[in-house]
Design a protein around this ligand. Structure first.
Ligand SMILES: Cc1cc2nc3c(=O)[nH]c(=O)nc-3n(C[C@H](O)[C@H](O)[C@H](O)COP(=O)(O)OP(=O)(O)OC[C@H]3O[C@@H](n4cnc5c(N)ncnc54)[C@H](O)[C@@H]3O)c2cc1C
Length: 322
């Protein structure tokens, strides 16, 4: 067991995986998360329709290590393979349940946005939105989306900030529609030939879902063009685009909401195996270091934690403040 203090910023797939690996190795990491819950882009929302996944609805895996991990999670009842495509996985009963299970009892400061960092002689100081200071931490993993990483690192790690700044993140609008009366959904709903809607996910009525629901994911081009639209406008536009594709008229939804992801998808042009400054105990993780997907987030979290473990001795040397 080490006395080194370790902080991880971002309680979603990359950050939680890093923290889990560190905990398993006998460390006692602390997570800092700006939202009130875990999951990031794997978040789910409680609604009249039941729990609805707001970001990724499913994810794929082709890395044997990740697949092995998924089988472990499947045994624990945290994920399942989709019947329609067995290479696709989803959190069960919803995505954020997976990250909540993964987080377990790891110490997490929720609603705590880290707005600046300082590197001092005995480690990293983290300042939150209330100017409260946390630390010093001898090792720090930053596991947040590229635009936020760029802003946070620009002062203390400008080279890493420049890498993050090179990532172009695409926005995505999501719209959830709930129906109390059963509606008929064509089989080809998932593959709509539509420039506005990229994907439609149908969730049938069940004990957990008191309404039948359709989750519409707007295309990147439409989301970019309509980024600043009002939520009501987006609901109306996507509903109209869907209705155009259906053979029979669509009933008015009994419940609807929209969610905007300003930074949904994106990654470096060339994946980096690692962004690390072992001397100062700073490690960067997140899906954008790989291919911008869940598997990459998992991988980067694993790698960052491994680096922390491997570099334990390096970071106790006297250091220069930045
Ligand atoms: C609509 C949508 C569809 C998607 N579809 C797929 C798909 O089909 N397949 C797939 O593999 N992937 C998909 N993805 C991408 C996938 O969700 C991400 O690759 C993955 O979840 C990223 O995990 P992460 O931990 O790297 O980042 P995030 O999930 O973004 O987590 C970062 C966390 O850091 C927190 N944070 C940010 N800044 C701060 C700060 N300053 N202080 C404290 N906390 C902070 C955030 O609140 C967040 O919880 C989709 C994403 C979206 C939005």
């Amino acid at each position: 067991m080490s006395s080194s203090q370790i902080a991880v910023i971002g309680a979603a797939m990359a950050g939680i995986i890093a923290a889990r690996k560190l905990s398993a190795a006998g460390f006692n990491p602390q997570l800092f998360e700006k939202s009130r819950g875990s999951g990031g882009r794997l978040a789910s929302k409680h609604s009249e329709m039941g729990r609805v996944n707001l970001g990724a609805q499913a994810f794929s895996a082709d890395d044997p290590q990740f697949i092995q991990e998924l089988h472990n999670w499947q045994q624990a009842g945290w994920v399942e393979c989709l019947e329609s495509d067995t290479r696709q996985w989803t959190g069960t009963p919803y995505m954020s349940a997976l990250t909540r299970h993964l987080l377990g009892t790891i110490k997490t400061h929720f609603a705590c946005e880290i707005t600046s960092l300082d590197y001092v002689t005995d480690g990293w100081l983290l300042y939150d939105q209330h100017q409260q200071v946390h630390g010093p931490f001898q090792q720090l993993i930053v596991a947040i989306p590229a635009p936020q990483a760029q802003a946070l690192l620009s002062h203390c790690a400008p080279k890493f900030a420049a890498h993050a700044g090179a990532v172009v993140m695409q926005p995505v609008w999501m719209v959830a529609l709930g129906f109390k009366q059963p509606i008929s959904t064509p089989d080809n709903l998932k593959r709509l030939n539509n420039s506005t809607i990229a994907e439609v996910i149908h969730t049938p009525l069940s004990a957990q879902h008191p309404m039948q629901s359709l989750m519409l994911r707007a295309s990147h081009s439409w989301s970019t063009e309509h980024l600043e639209d009002q939520h009501e406008q987006v609901i109306a536009a996507l509903t109209d685009a869907l209705a155009e594709q259906l053979d029979s008229p669509m009933p008015v939804a009994d419940s609807a909401f929209a969610h905007r992801w300003r930074y949904a998808l994106g990654a470096l042009e060339k994946p980096l195996t690692l962004l690390a400054d072992a001397q100062r105990g700073l490690y960067i993780a997140g899906d954008w270091c790989g291919y911008g997907d869940v598997q990459s987030a998992w991988h980067s979290g694993q790698q960052a934690a491994q680096q922390v473990i491997d570099n334990q001795d390096t970071v106790f040397k006297p250091k220069q403040p930045c």
